[in-house]
Design a protein around this ligand. Sequence first.
Ligand code: SF4
Ligand code: SF4
Length: 458
Amino acid sequence: MALTFKGGTHVREYKNTRGSAIEAMPAPPTVSIAMSQHIGLHCKPVVAVGDHVYYGQVIGRVEGGLGCPVHASVSGTVQKIENRYNAMGVPVAHIVIENDEQYTPDPAIKPWPKPLEETTPDEIVGLLQEAGIAGMGGATFPTHAKLRSAIGRVDTMIINCAECEPFITANHRVMLERPDEIIGGARVLLHALGLKQAVIGVENNKMDAVEVLRQHAGDDIRVEVLKTKYPQGDERQLIFAVTGRELPPGKLPADLGCVIFNAETTAAVWHAFYRGMPLVRRVVTVDGDCVAHPKNLLVNLGTSYRDLINYCGGLVKDPAKIVNGGPMMGFAQWDMDGPVTKGTSAILVLSQKFCDYGKSGQPATCLRCGRCVKNCPMHLMPNMLVQLSLHRRYHDAADYNVMSCVECGTCSYNCPGQMPIVQYIRVAKGAIRAEQAAARARAVEQSLDKKTQGGDKS
Ligand code: SF4
Ligand code: SF4
């Protein structure tokens, strides 16, 4: 029987590219590498304009704090370093590299010199950090930090192969075409965690991948079939489906003894350990009804959306929206020249037909049908949260656990009143975060004042 969670919804799949084998796209003449492709601190460039860089060379590093380095995805010359807006609208330094098309590898790139059995957990954490691996499902949490915090604390490791967002089939193709990399990467992580078995969770709309993974897995890998339901790939829902454990608000998977890695992230771990390759390429689904020939492409990081779309034959319709990620949780983009980063699983170019949400001519209104409450996988009351946000009662929204909302969009998707529920929730969350940040700043100021006064007395 397929495992599942409470709530959620079956969204229309649009997995048009499920049969499209991964195609390696040649890198463009220039790539633009963002200095922040992960959760945490931005990297600082460690190269200058005019420098020659190797393929896979570190070009940006985080100084202290959470983060991981970024690497050149081509060899060539640093053309410029400039601030650009990232997919979320945040200004981030980008290093633009002119591709010399030689792909001369960094001489530092070497497979790990010891067998896995002789490698310590600390060494694995260190090599994943140096390889710049961050969660490739979209969350982009630095993998080395996740692994380090899980060592000695977890009894269950899950490889997330749910891929529950419509359109996206990148992980599906990696499972079919590179199962040994997922399984080999899972073994590296298992070794670091000191665990005996990993669980791979795959939705039952990808039974061909289940078969392939089972053929390649040994006793140390258990492949579980999950019910196709959105948002099955959310960490909380996946943990519940696989273990029956429910993650309380504010807690992390490791608090429940679980750690989760995305399918392609796990394959990247394999590349780092067995090939010494840092994360410089990833698979991206390019789809949407405006794209002439939708594909799954293996892409050098820093390739622009425009390059991807042109490689797929260009546009056949006027686009209404370009989305980085899936249609449920992705971010609408305004710049075709935005670059692929470690978290870019898809670029979707959608016509107006997919964007008519809230444009029926009727004002958005709550019909009190309760569908949003019934389907919320976090067991929230989205209709109530909307009202509290509308009336700026953010403290009350916090009492109703608005911060637990994972912004999956299930409520908006099912709302017959066309309420932009997630947008209202984001407003409330943003206001609460801003207030918390202001309170922290005040506390720091007060403590500095006290220290200064103490200094004056002495
Ligand atoms: S689904 Fe929409 S209309 Fe129904 S209760 Fe929720 S907000 Fe109101
Ligand atoms: S309230 Fe948040 S978690 Fe619940 S369905 Fe809506 S977006 Fe998802």
